[in-house]
Design a protein around this ligand. Structure first.
Ligand code: UDP
Length: 268
């Protein structure tokens, strides 16, 4: 019998902001545990999960640059180190509920984590381990959304799901099994605190309408701040559709991965 889910491999982007929940602390252990549980429920079905983690809950380079003579590059390296802290926290949480997890960093920190090696990451995934990509792209002036789009394109994932918090890249299982040809069509599912993209700000206008579909041009021209320009451009150039959906609704990550219709589809 056919499995009911569509995807075989996903890449989930978890922003730092999502990790802090409503805590005054940088990280809310309830949030990391909730993510770990959702990921566990999906890995149990045999879906492979990679994660790109952000660092905005601890340090954002752009907001600190210029302060006390701090150069943008130095500030961004501090930001990238922040993502490593989150990655290790998330790894520890995952492993506490029995999910084997590896952290790979975009620059070397070999006493702490593996360096990013694409083939090795793929091998871990094939063995059913979760791989967390930390330190973004390893380059100042970029974001972890861009890192997620990049890792997605690199890993030949067919879809990427980005949550607010989060970006998940998935590969179409049937295509994989039937043709074995990587089509490189990809989707970013991005979870926010709202149900998707609205035609107006729903907090300011109760008449705001939830949009089912949008083009990439709509996003850039209307500056809908779904993700930064580099990340959305990378998705557009690689035909990675983006789905924006609500992360705070329990079960939404697994629904999105299973191909159920949630949120707003961009460039699909
Ligand atoms: N960063 C960077 N290069 C990257 C990814 C991240 O320099 O490829 C730095 C940047 O300073 C950024 C910080 O790391 O502000 C945290 O990442 P991001 O803001 O993307 O985290 P999120 O918004 O997902 O929490």
């Amino acid at each position: 019998t056919k499995p009911s889910y569509k995807w075989r491999r996903v890449l989930l982007k978890v922003s730092g902001e999502a990790l802090s929940g409503d805590q005054a602390q940088n990280i809310d252990p309830k949030v990391t545990m909730a993510i770990a549980r959702e990921v566990a429920s999906v890995t149990r079905l045999g879906i492979e999960v990679a994660i790109v983690v952000g660092g905005g809950n601890i340090f954002r380079g752009a907001s600190w640059a210029g302060c006390s003579g701090l150069e943008r590059s130095s500030a961004d390296y501090i930001g990238m180190l922040a993502t490593v802290m989150n990655a290790i926290f998330l790894q520890a949480t995952m492993e506490s509920i029995g999910i084997p997890t590896r952290v790979q960093t975009a620059f070397r920190m070999s006493e702490v984590a593996e360096p990013y090696i694409r083939r090795r990451a793929v091998r871990h995934l094939e063995k059913g381990r979760v791989v967390i990509f930390a330190a973004g792209t390893g380059n100042p002036f970029f974001t972890t959304d861009t890192a997620a789009a990049l890792r997605c394109a690199e890993s030949e994932s067919k879809y990427s799901l980005s949550l607010k918090s989060t970006m998940v890249f998935v590969r179409n299982m049937e295509d994989h099994l039937n043709s074995g040809i990587s089509v490189n069509a990809e989707v970013v599912l991005k979870a926010t605190n709202v149900d998707g993209v609205y035609d107006q700000d729903p907090k300011k206008n109760p008449e705001a309408r939830l949009l089912d579909t949008l083009s990439y041009q709509d996003v850039t021209a209307k500056d809908l701040s779904v993700m930064d320009m580099t990340a959305i451009t990378l998705c557009q150039e690689n035909n990675i559709p983006v789905v924006v959906f609500n992360l705070s609704k329990p079960g939404n990550i697994s629904k999105a991965i299973m191909g159920e219709r949630v949120g707003t589809l961009i460039g699909g």
